[in-house]
Design a protein around this ligand. Structure first.
Ligand code: PMP
Length: 437
């Protein structure tokens, strides 16, 4: 790794005033520690090195960094109302209208500032509507930092990385109210419904668990969840915080044709600006109505004009440029095929997964069925590959089981250069005995 004296100095001063030197636990990955510039598909670190960005701020960047359409709209919004905290503004209505127009299952929408708030609202609403206490989530899925979704694995033996529960300081009641099932295993969900009759309020899932890279759901699984939840009187919640707007204009629900009752979204919705939301069936969402409903909807910054302007600009751009999806999906596919071809040529035991513009190189065989398969991923090889790609100027988060994103600003040439670098990195790792053949 090239020395990063400026980044190092910034990190050391950060550590004096910010616990651990970062404002979100997963941001510390060693060097490059500090990024100082961003434009299109590229970022620059504080020491002047330039990287082609595949990290995309955990998926919040979709059109590319500092996209003029979005930043222009945000700049114009600064000439209007900043924040008044009375009534409703035109941009909030426009943002909700677009969500209702674009997301197949959305009949109404509430705004939030982060994905965690959106999933917290979904879970509280589900409990209120069903008058039931329990939630089912899936091993490996992440839905935010709050208490209801802090459990992650079925058993300690099933952990691939990280803590479980995600945090200390959570009441046992909250942890006990979260049940964990295995992704793509309908039987594991059914068993929980049988063990807790009329006690389960909702099933929440990332339709593609991108927090462990890219596990693809089987069609049978998502359709099965739809009919099972309906039969059991529980709500089906799609957490489309990553998949929303990224994989299709209407999110993964548009791709798989399954209509959840509630959908949370965030990240790419505002192309990097803080905005999120929860949408769903009118009869459910009306419980948030302050006059007649009974579920609290509150938040000083909800529907902030800057956030709404960013969301409107991003959604409008995507709606008016359907070729965006063809382009990013084609580049994503080229990347996946290219990586698979390189692994094949070198005889490395690896599987490429992904969807649309997302790609992941797992150092394991066929991790397509469930989280269980990911336990076979060679995390050391994964981290070394991402670290060396980053050192070569291709920012891929060196953290176990994260994923890479092609944005609207990446070009064919970028992808070809990435594949050449990946070839060199994998060849070097192979020569050093760091890969299984
Ligand atoms: N849901 C999913 C699927 C996510 O990936 C994340 C963030 N990584 C969240 C919810 C939480 O969003 P936020 O970090 O904006 O609170």
């Amino acid at each position: 790794t090239t020395p990063k004296p400026v980044g190092r100095r910034l990190y050391e001063s950060a550590c004096q005033v910010i616990p651990g030197g970062v404002n979100s636990g997963t941001r510390y990955v060693g060097e490059p520690y500090s990024l100082a510039g961003a434009q299109g598909a590229y970022v620059t670190d504080a020491d002047g090195a330039r990287y082609l960005d595949y990290h995309a701020a955990f998926g919040a960047m979709l059109l590319g960094h500092n996209a003029p359409e979005v930043n222009g709209a945000v700049a114009r919004s600064l000439d209007g109302v900043d924040l008044v905290g009375v009534g409703v503004g035109e941009t909030e209505i426009e943002m909700a209208r677009l969500v209702v127009e674009l997301i197949p299952s959305a009949e109404m929408m509430i705004a939030a500032m982060s994905g965690s708030e959106a999933t917290a609202q979904a879970i509280r609403l589900a409990r209120a509507v069903t008058a039931r206490p329990l939630i089912i989530k899936f091993q490996g899925c992440y839905h935010g930092w709050h208490d209801s979704v802090a459990r992650n694995v079925i058993s300690p033996a099933g952990r691939a990385y990280g803590r479980d529960p995600l945090s200390a300081g959570i009441l046992d009641d909250a942890l006990d109210s979260t049940l964990i099932a295995e992704f793509n295993d309908l039987g594991s969900v059914q068993a929980l419904f049988e063990a807790h009759p009329e006690r389960i309020a909702a099933v929440i899932l990332e339709p593609i668990p991108h927090n462990v890279g890219a596990l693809l759901p089987t069609q049978e699984f998502v359709e099965g969840l739809r009919s099972l939840t309906r039969k059991e009187g529980a709500l089906l919640v799609f957490d489309e915080v990553i998949t929303g707007f990224r994989h299709a204009l209407g999110g993964y629900q548009q791709v798989c044709g399954v209509r959840p009752d509630l959908t949370s979204f965030g990240k790419a919705m505002g192309n990097g600006f803080p905005v999120a939301g929860l949408a769903g069936r009118r009869d459910l969402m009306e419980r948030f109505d302050f006059d007649g409903g009974d579920v609290l909807l509150a938040g000083t910054f909800n529907g902030h004009p800057v956030s709404a302007a960013a969301a409107i600009a991003t959604m409008t751009y995507l709606r008016d440029h359907p070729d965006f999806y063809t382009r990013t999906h084609t580049l994503g596919e080229r990347m996946r095929l290219g990586l698979a071809g390189i692994a094949d040529e070198l005889g490395v035991a690896a599987t490429v997964s992904g969807f649309g513009g997302v790609f992941v190189l797992y150092f394991a065989s066929a991790p397509t069925l469930g989280y269980r398969d990911l336990l076979r991923n060679d995390n050391a090889a994964y981290l070394t590959f991402h670290r060396r790609m980053t050192d070569a100027g291709f920012l891929m988060l060196p953290m176990a089981l994260k994923r890479n994103h092609v944005s609207g600003a990446h070009t064919e040439d970028d992808v070809e250069r990435t594949l050449e670098a990946a070839h060199d990195v994998l060849k070097g790792m192979l020569a050093e005995g760091l890969l299984t053949t």
